[in-house]
Design a binder for this molecule. Sequence first.
Ligand SMILES: NC(=O)c1ccc[n+]([C@@H]2O[C@H](COP(=O)([O-])OP(=O)(O)OC[C@H]3O[C@@H](n4cnc5c(N)ncnc54)[C@H](O)[C@@H]3O)[C@@H](O)[C@H]2O)c1
Length: 332
Amino acid sequence: MLHMKIPEVLWLSQEEVASLGLSMRSIIDAVDEGLKLKGEGKVELPAKIGVHARKDCYIHAMPCWVGGDIDVMGIKWAAGYPSNQAKGLPYINGIWCMNDCETGLLKAVMDANWITAWRTGAASGVCARYMANPESEVISIIGLGVQGRTNLLAMKEVLPKLKEVKIYDIFPEQVKRYEEILSPQLPGVTFVPCKDVEATVKNADVVITCAPIVENPERFVRSSWLKDDVLAIAVDYDSSLDADIMTGGVFVCDDRNQYLETQSWSSYFHGGYPTSEQIYADMGEICAGIKAPVTSGRRGAVLMGIASHDIMTGRLLYQMAVDKGVGTWLKI
Ligand SMILES: NC(=O)c1ccc[n+]([C@@H]2O[C@H](COP(=O)([O-])OP(=O)(O)OC[C@H]3O[C@@H](n4cnc5c(N)ncnc54)[C@H](O)[C@@H]3O)[C@@H](O)[C@H]2O)c1
């Protein structure tokens, strides 16, 4: 038998991934480029599949190949457990694997918690880059955990006039922690803790919901509380935002296929949420210039999270780690 040469695989822990210092601006640009390639038909992106071992919990498999000049493929295996908060464990945890497109061999395995946190914030940043009023000054964030933090950092990158963030969480200690962590990083932005959801979304130019995804959604953000001119972004599927918010104007999602596929087999995106005909565009079409951005009136966005974001972020992290000699090379 011929001697087989199996290359080693780079392992990157969460601490190592975070230490690389990849900036929110770079991730926003990378996610934007991945969406553009998707819009141009150069990305293979099956809708994510998942299993649900406990109520309101999921673990998803998210494979993708980004073609064009990028030519990188990989898969994320990531779980979301709302019950972890009470156990002091992260809501989201997972790994991301990158494989060689020529041979299929595994090149790297890395923590995906950091990637998920940052690329999801960045995806909202890309959405706001195209769909928010560029003059936006006031934003609302509901759900002040990991996503609440990275989403605000992304808004600061793309909305230069941002001066006020209205914040709400059901746990007061989360509100306090949020302000303590973020206000030193965002001088010039005023943090306004609000007593309830209605006060939080009132007069906001952009509303972002980052609460847990649940099977029986409460959709506690009422359409009538929002300004007529608003971009409402759901990071948490259909859990928080009223269906009327999504059907009352222009509706976009990150990927048509994934949105419709999920709607077809799961309990998500029913009860008045947009159907196929009500989708104005997906973000791939917007970023590729196939559909025009809309920056006024009622705009609703469901950003479920797609695997091209992980590829576009993971490949940058891999290259930075190789260049800086970070991580551990392992034998298979
Ligand atoms: N779309 C995507 O690509 C994507 C990616 C990752 C996570 N998510 C989703 O984002 C959401 C947040 O994830 P995370 O990692 O930030 O979790 P997290 O546990 O760090 O934060 C969730 C926050 O929501 C708060 N919360 C719970 N119920 C609430 C309610 N009814 N109203 C207001 N706040 C409430 C919690 O106290 C907590 O502060 C989850 O739904 C997760 O599944 C989406």
